[in-house]
Design a protein around this ligand. Structure first.
Ligand code: GN1
Ligand code: MG
Length: 370
């Protein structure tokens, strides 16, 4: 692996002598490596090399053009306000041959980012401060990209959060049962079927013009924000591959999905999966502090629904992938996607049990902020 990482590094305009490459295991889609380079003065500089999953992103060049546009836009705005970047934003390093990506001999597309130093990512949120900070960071991100020309952004994964299509695809996988796995997941399929009415809710609000299409992040999983290891302050939002026109509620909903439970996404002991209301409340506070002045009433009122819906959607996607033979998400053990699906469905139930409380909280906070 060292040799491959070093060889990719040689093709980017990174300075110094290659010391070490390490794979970063989090993330279900792309493959990511951290590389360390020794500088002439003896210090070390680190970079991120990442290859784009071509099975998921059919047009990696379009992904790169989107990412170029988004990073450039954010950098120029942050620079105007802060006057220096200080490693606080994501930057693409140019390839030696020009452009911002290189292709390897297998047609794989690679890019190189700066490594955000002094930060950690969390798969499970430890405290309300981290939740508040992460949510505020994604709200600010939406604000930062709100004036991007959406017509120039390519929809890199069409219908990414079209929950109705996700549902229909699951039912198709159920009908086909290609891998003979249906018998063991009937309870999960039934759970989803009973909630079919949910899958159109945001689509309907959007079609009725009640919630607008914006440029959104679309993958606001809690480990996609870099958090300062000492201060727990959110420093930088990462994973920009699915920045596309979408609904603000997709982003908030995925935060609820990925941050409120204290259990890992693939936890097998489902009794550990639960809704932590203080974390939910911190997410709401953080999001409204950044986005409260541009989202509309319908968006604000539907924050709890978004959490439930996005959790159901990802549960549906894991279940579909399990039935289709684990062809989309990276898996590390047999039944991995099914384990992931089960935590999501358990969290949907938890959200259902707390929904009144969540809605009451939203009303209370919004009254306070008016
Ligand atoms: C994938 O790449 P990663 O791990 O941040 C997926 C998300 C899912 C998430 C579930 C492009 O995100 O949509 O919500 O897994 N990304 C893509 O953990 O499909
Ligand atoms: Mg990702």
């Amino acid at each position: 692996m060292q040799r491959e990482v070093a060889a990719i590094g040689d093709r980017f305009a990174v300075q110094g002598e290659f010391v070490l490459g390490e794979e970063i295991q989090s993330g279900h889609i792309n493959s990511t490596y951290r590389a360390t380079y020794r500088q002439p003065d003896g210090s070390h500089q680190r970079f991120i090399f990442q290859t784009i999953n071509r099975n998921v992103f059919k047009d990696p060049q379009a992904v790169m053009r989107n990412v170029e546009m988004v990073t450039r836009h954010i950098n120029s705005k942050v620079l105007r306000v802060k006057k220096d970047l200080g490693g606080q934003t994501l930057n693409l390093f140019p390839a030696r041959a020009g452009g911002s990506w290189v292709e390897d001999e297998n047609g794989g597309v690679w890019r190189c980012y700066n490594h955000i130093e002094g930060c950690l990512t969390y798969d499970v949120v430890e405290n309300t401060r981290q939740a508040y900070q992460a949510s505020r960071a994604f709200g600010s991100f939406q604000d930062l990209v709100s004036d991007l020309d959406a017509s120039r952004i390519v929809e890199t994964i069409p219908d990414f959060h079209h929950t109705r299509k996700r549902y229909d695809r699951l039912m198709q996988a159920v009908a086909e049962d290609r891998c003979g796995r249906l018998a063991e997941v009937e309870a999960e399929v039934e759970f989803v079927r009973r909630r079919e009415g949910l899958v159109d809710r945001l689509l309907d609000l959007s079609a009725a013009g009640e919630i607008p299409v914006r440029v959104t992040h679309n993958d606001t999983k809690i480990n996609n924000v870099m958090i300062d290891a000492e201060t727990d302050e959110a420093v930088c939002v990462i994973d920009l591959d699915t920045v596309m026109p979408g609904l603000a509620l997709y982003d908030f909903g995925d935060l609820v999905r990925s941050a409120t439970s204290p259990a890992a996404e693939d936890e097998r002991d489902l009794s550990q999966v639960r809704m932590r209301m203080p974390i939910f409340e911190a997410l709401v506070e953080g999001y409204l502090d950044a986005a409260g002045n541009f989202i509309n009433n319908a968006e604000a009122e539907n924050l709890p629904l978004a959490g439930k819906l996005m959790t159901l959607e990802v549960g549906i996607r894991f279940l579909t992938d399990h039935l289709e033979g684990d062809v989309y998400f990276k898996t590390h053990r047999a039944g991995h996607n099914l384990d992931r699906c089960r935590t999501q469905l358990k969290l949907v139930e938890e959200i259902e049990n707390c929904e009144n409380e969540m809605n009451t909280f939203i009303r209370k906070v919004r009254r306070g902020k008016r």
